[in-house]
Design a protein around this ligand. Sequence first.
Ligand code: SAM
Length: 286
Amino acid sequence: MELWFSERHTPNVKLSIRVDKQLFSGKSDFQRIDVFDSPEFGRFLVLDGYMMLTEKDEFIYHEMITHVPMAVHPDVKNVLVIGGGDGGAVRELVRYDDIERIDLVDIDRMVTEVCLRYLPFTACGLNDSRVHTYFEDGLRFVRTKKNEYDLIIVDSTDPFGPGEGLFTREFYGNCYVALRDDGIMVNQHESPFYGEDALACQRAHKRIVESFPVSRVYQAHIPTYPSGHWLFGFASKKYHPLKDLNEARWNARKLACRYYTTTLHKGAFYIPAYVEELLSNVEHAD
Ligand code: SAM
């Protein structure tokens, strides 16, 4: 008998992955948490039935959500990661010796506990002495911060359920206040392809444009996400993601990546015409 995990991307489209076995199934106060093992994608994490990350392709997302801002900002010392309880973004950040502190704020302790046990390939950086983990709502946590972080990474679930508040004007405005004068915020910005996802992408973009002087969107190809075309938001108080990219400085670090390069960094910000239109339609709308 074959076992399959299926995620509904639209009422008419599903992604199905053949599964060898289910390693974990549980329910926290916030969401259902499942971990599977599969021949094609290895182990993967599912929250409330939605694919979060797989052993085979998570490097794409975690490299792109961290190295893009790190190749632009010249001196990141304090980082805030909101969401990201699986540890993948933190794993990439701890590769930078000059980062002094990483505050990781995930609403769900169970996610981190499950990832430490079943997904060591993402959770391996969580034990770094610079990482301070808080299990609380990121929306509340960031309200208390002012002029503290050089970089905020919003590595959230989608804009419903516990993650809904992380796509609001209030949240982005509080991130602006929590950042230092030359701070950068990067967020997972959904996808432009399917209707519902594109609306979520437009809503987030409009609210970020209203909160930051520099706001761009970049892309990556993530096979297990809806349509495979995934976007990230780059919002900044000062630095431009292309004009202030310092290739020589980042390449001198000799951080071996499997997806990110400073050349790809430039290409990632050249998005398709239909996506430019989708986003520009909300940039000047009242
Ligand atoms: N990093 C993975 C990836 O490759 O896309 C998936 C994202 S990560 C698992 C999403 C995390 O956001 C979850 O662990 C979830 O508990 C957390 N989260 C959702 N809403 C939150 C909130 N309001 N505050 C803090 N964390 C939240």
